[in-house]
Write a new protein. Structure first.
Ligand code: ACO
Length: 325
């Protein structure tokens, strides 16, 4: 049976110039490089410059992906951008990237599922491609989490960073089996009962301010370990695959301990896991496309490899996507 699949044509990324290592926090807070490294695996992160916005980061990543694909903005039908840190309340950051690229046709919109945003955006773009609404879609994750930090809260501000990653998805014909290239299956979940575990304490219709991030990290940690392993096996089942088929796990980069434990539950050696949290910190919706683009630029993926991505974030929202490179 002939089916439409969404194949990754190219990836791109952008990290702001300013690199902040753990010693920057040691000088300001009751914390240590050792604590941050041991509890999170993070050594450094990038922070956007003053005046540098989420759309600036997203635009750089998108342009990088177009350059690597040898395409121009006119070759795209749509842009789907995942972020929780938009430049403005509206319009969508995706439309700012659209304008920046010089793309004057098609459509562009944002997806908001916090750290799970890229997985949600990827699954939605895949749905649009498979339904014939678009043939080529730029999917971006872009964040400036440094703008929603409480700099006096050592339990959150040491964790996050800024950045953007992008992939270009293109419609391709498949036979409907797990041998096809492209996105093979996905699984999306959310449960609003867990809102208090991870949220931003401001917003347009409540306080009229942007607010800062609040997190009960140890409770999020427990949900992450359980829910990420479950969504991974659900997605693999849907694709007719088993954990042993995975060539690469490209997880949301929140905490090296969560990633290690998910890999263990899937019986995957760490050599098959793309780990960028040490250099990027948690860049929320940008972390998976940044990790994908970093590994791609290093030539780590081979055509035909099975790649599993998974993420959990505020909402709680969580999910996974499995694809063949
Ligand atoms: N430096 C030193 N000590 C610290 C720091 C710090 N930066 N931060 C917290 N501590 C202290 C706490 O105050 C606490 O001290 P106490 O025992 O005296 O009260 C102690 O360390 C232990 O705190 P826990 O919160 O229990 O530490 P834990 O081992 O759980 O690590 C962490 C905290 C890193 C936040 C971890 O819970 C985590 O990674 N959670 C998941 C984060 C995540 O995945 N988020 C989802 C995505 S984010 C998104 O959607 C936006």
């Amino acid at each position: 049976m002939s089916v439409i699949r969404s194949v990754i044509l190219a990836t791109g990324h952008y990290l702001p110039e300013r690199v902040v290592d753990n010693s920057w926090f040691e000088a300001r807070l009751d914390t240590s490089d050792q604590w941050i490294r041991e509890r999170t695996g993070i050594a450094r992160r990038h922070f956007a410059a003053e005046g540098e916005t989420t759309s600036d980061l997203g635009l750089r990543a998108a342009q990088d992906a177009l350059d690597r694909a040898g395409l121009t903005a006119g070759d795209l039908d749509a842009i789907v951008l995942a972020t929780s840190t938009p430049d403005l309340t509206f319009p969508a950051v995706a439309t700012m990237v659209q304008q920046g690229l010089g793309m004057t046709r098609g459509f562009a919109f944002d997806v908001q599922a916090v750290c799970a945003g890229f997985v949600f955006a990827l699954a939605n773009a895949d749905g649009m491609i498979r339904s014939g609404q678009a043939k080529r879609v730029m999917v971006i994750g872009a964040e400036t989490f440094s703008r929603i930090m409480d700099w006096s809260d050592r339990s959150t501000c040491v964790l996050f960073g800024d950045g953007a990653g992008a992939v270009i998805l293109e419609a391709a014909e498949g036979d409907g089996s797990a041998k096809d290239r492209g996105i093979l299956a996905s699984d999306l979940n959310s449960d609003g009962r867990y809102r208090e575990l991870l949220y931003v304490d401001g917003g347009v219709s409540s306080t009229g301010t942007a607010g800062v991030l609040r997190m009960q990290g140890n409770l999020v940690f427990r949900h992450a370990v359980e829910k990420l392993a479950k969504t991974a096996t659900t997605t693999l089942d849907r694709a007719g695959l088993a954990p042993g088929d995975i060539d690469w796990l490209v997880p949301h980069q929140a905490n090296a301990r969560i990633i290690t434990s998910t890999a263990q539950k899937l019986d995957l050696p760490m050599e098959k896991v793309v780990l960028t949290v040490e250099d990027h910190g948690n860049t929320s919706a940008a972390s998976i496309p940044l990790a994908l683009a970093t590994a791609d630029a290093e030539g780590r993926f081979e055509r035909g490899d099975i790649i599993l991505t998974e993420a959990i974030g505020g909402g709680l929202s969580w999910g996974s996507v499995v694809l063949r490179w």
